[in-house]
Ligand binder design. Structure first.
Ligand code: GLN
Length: 217
C-alpha cells in the first residue's frame, strides 16, 4: 500500500484519512518536517488557505514542502489545498503565500458569499462511474491554466451555484466574479491533482482512488 500523508495543521483531516483508507492507501497525518520523509504522496485538505499558510511557516513545513513538491512528490489539494498548490492566487490576503507547483491562477471564494456552500456533482476525467458528488464550501475556481495543466472537471453548464439556490436563474450573482457555470474545478499537472470541491465529505472515494493511482504510476 502506498503511504499517503494528510497535512494535519488545520482543516478536514479525518475525512481525508478515511477516504484514503477506502481508496487503498495507508494514510498518516503530517505535522513535522521529518514526517515528510517516508511519504509516497500527500493530501492538502480544505480549510482556510491563509491559516494553513501561516501554520506551514510556524511548523517549519513551508520550505521542505515546496522543495518536496518541486522534487516530484505527488500532492492532491482540495479547496484550500488547491489554493496552496496554485502558482497564482486572485483574492489572496496581502501576505499570503502558496507552496505553488501547479501552473494555474485560482480565484479564492470565487462562487461568492451568497452561495458560500452548495452541493453539486461533476463529471471528472479519470474518474469512472458517473458524476462525483461534490461539496463546494467557499470554494475557489481555476481561472487560467498553463500549458502543462489538464482540466479534469468543470461546473455544470447550468450553474452549479444556481442549482444550489433552488430555481434561481442559472449563473446569476456569483459575487460579481462572473458566471459560475462551466468553471474549472479540477485539474491535474503531472503528479499534482487539485479540486475546488471536497469529495471527502460525501462518502465517495473515487477522487482519492484517482490520486492513489497517480501515486502508484
Ligand atoms: N475559502 C477558503 C480559502 O480561501 C477555502 C475553503 C475551503 O477549503 N473549504 O482558503
Amino acid at each position: 500500500k502506498p503511504v499517503i500523508g494528510v497535512l494535519a495543521l488545520q482543516g478536514d483531516v479525518r475525512e481525508h484519512v478515511a477516504a484514503l483508507d477506502v481508496a487503498g492507501a495507508r494514510a498518516v497525518t503530517v505535522r513535522r518536517p521529518t514526517e515528510l520523509g517516508g511519504l509516497d504522496g500527500l493530501v492538502l485538505p480544505g480549510g482556510e488557505s491563509t491559516t494553513i499558510d501561516k501554520l506551514l511557516r510556524i511548523f517549519e513545513l513551508f520550505d521542505p514542502l515546496r522543495t518536496a513538491i518541486r522534487a516530484g512528490l505527488p500532492v492532491y489539494g482540495s479547496c484550500a489545498g488547491m489554493i496552496l498548490l496554485a502558482d497564482r492566487v486572485l483574492g489572496a490576503t496581502h501576505d499570503q503565500q502558496t507552496l505553488g507547483g501547479l501552473d494555474v491562477t485560482v480565484r479564492r471564494n470565487a462562487f461568492g458569499r451568497q452561495v458560500d456552500s452548495f452541493e453539486s456533482s461533476v463529471e471528472m476525467t479519470g474518474v469512472p462511474g458517473g458524476p462525483v458528488p461534490a461539496a463546494f464550501i467557499r470554494a475557489p475556481w481555476v481561472e487560467e491554466t498553463g500549458p502543462g495543466v489538464q482540466v479534469l472537471a468543470r461546473t455544470r453548464h447550468r450553474g452549479a451555484a444556481a442549482h444550489a439556490r433552488s430555481g434561481d436563474e442559472p449563473d446569476a450573482g456569483a459575487a460579481g466574479t462572473g458566471d459560475a457555470a462551466g468553471r474549472i474545478v479540477a485539474v491535474r499537472q503531472g503528479t499534482l491533482l487539485a479540486t475546488s470541491f471536497h469529495p471527502e465529505i460525501t462518502g465517495d472515494a473515487r477522487v482519492h482512488e484517482l490520486f492513489v493511482a497517480i501515486v502508484k504510476e
